[in-house]
Design a protein around this ligand. Structure first.
Ligand code: NVA
Length: 314
């Protein structure tokens, strides 16, 4: 049984195994739905607790529907019910109680330290469903999507446009794991923190060759296979909205930026998207966008993570 708190917790072999399981579960589901059957109940009778300190659409649907498809059950624990982590009761007591009812826990939290403490205190595996530092389940879905689109992850080149947030930081670590050349176009003053570089350096001695920071989005996309963006204002940063809108104004994926990328390049966005800010309608609704495949793959990737964390062979 294992936790998944950071992409840095994985070896490359682990990540490849997760992608393999996700592919198997996706095919099993397609086949089961096509013949009107329930898919194989790999997690028969198991229960998941879902802690959400922040809103969620894709993560919530992926965990809850995923558990149902795997023959298990999910219970939702919103902050409006159980309070923020550590507020209504200690994280230790929360963990000790949950351990008596469920076999696995997912937590979307404001503070990365909170999900780390939960993982230390709980005997059940804990999955980070987004913190202010990383978003590992998203990155597994992104690589699943890229593998499907491109056929292989070898020699991958990615351009990240905008904020160096939780999603970008998990991508930095994943790039080090897979040898991906990741160029992040980020305005001055918003560079990734030293703490994520430390994770990258632990994962690969080539981290500074693989992951580059530039200021010009056109430079980042020039030879990229994948263009990626995310909101300029992550959950919890709402009071910085005006300052961030100004700082990121030149960091939009629009038709002109897509035209500056190779003809085969496609666009990803983890969503929710802010149409007209970090991405235009024309790109999000256009032929190069794979964001909805990516959203679907959240569920397949999360089902794989659930099985893998619980040590269930697929
Ligand atoms: N960076 C975004 C991701 C949302 C799924 C946030 O943290 O709000």
């Amino acid at each position: 049984m294992r936790d998944l708190i950071s992409i840095g917790d994985l070896t490359r072999g682990d990540a490849e195994e997760l992608l393999r399981i996700a592919g198997v579960l996706k095919s099993e589901l397609e086949e089961a739905l096509s013949i009107g059957r329930r898919p194989t109940p790999h997690l028969n009778g198991k229960s998941l607790a879902m802690i959400f300190e922040k809103p969620s659409l894709r993560t919530r649907c992926s965990f809850e529907i995923g558990m149902f498809q795997l023959g298990g059950h999910a219970v939702n624990l919103a902050a409006s019910e159980i309070g923020r982590l550590g507020q209504r009761e200690s994280i230790r007591d929360l963990a000790r109680n949950l351990d008596r009812w469920v076999q696995i826990i997912q937590a979307r939290v404001f503070s990365h330290a909170g999900v780390l403490e939960l993982a230390r205190e709980a005997h059940s595996p804990v999955i980070n469903g987004l913190s202010d530092f990383e978003h590992p389940t998203q990155i597994m879905a992104d690589y699943l999507t890229i593998k499907e689109q491109r056929g292989s992850l070898d020699g991958l080149k990615m351009a990240w446009i905008g904020d160096s947030n939780n999603v970008a930081q998990s991508h930095m670590v994943m790039a080090c794991l897979f040898g991906t050349r990741l160029t992040l176009a980020i305005p001055e003053g918003y560079d990734p923190p030293a703490a994520i570089w430390e994770v990258c350096e632990r994962v690969s001695s080539k981290s500074h060759e693989l992951v580059k920071i530039v200021r010009d989005p056109r430079e980042a996309v020039a030879d990229a296979d994948v263009l990626y963006t995310d909101t300029w204002v992550s959950m919890g940063q709402e009071e910085e909205t005006e300052r961030r809108r100004k700082a990121f104004a030149g960091y939009q994926i629009n038709d002109a930026l897509v035209a500056a990328a190779p003809a085969h390049a496609f666009v990803l966005h983890d969503m929710p998207a802010h149409r007209g800010e970090e991405i235009t309608d024309s790109v999000l609704d256009g032929p190069r966008c794979r964001a909805y495949d990516q959203a679907e793959n959240r569920m397949h990737a999360i089902k794989a993570i659930l099985c893998w964390c619980l040590g269930v062979r697929v």
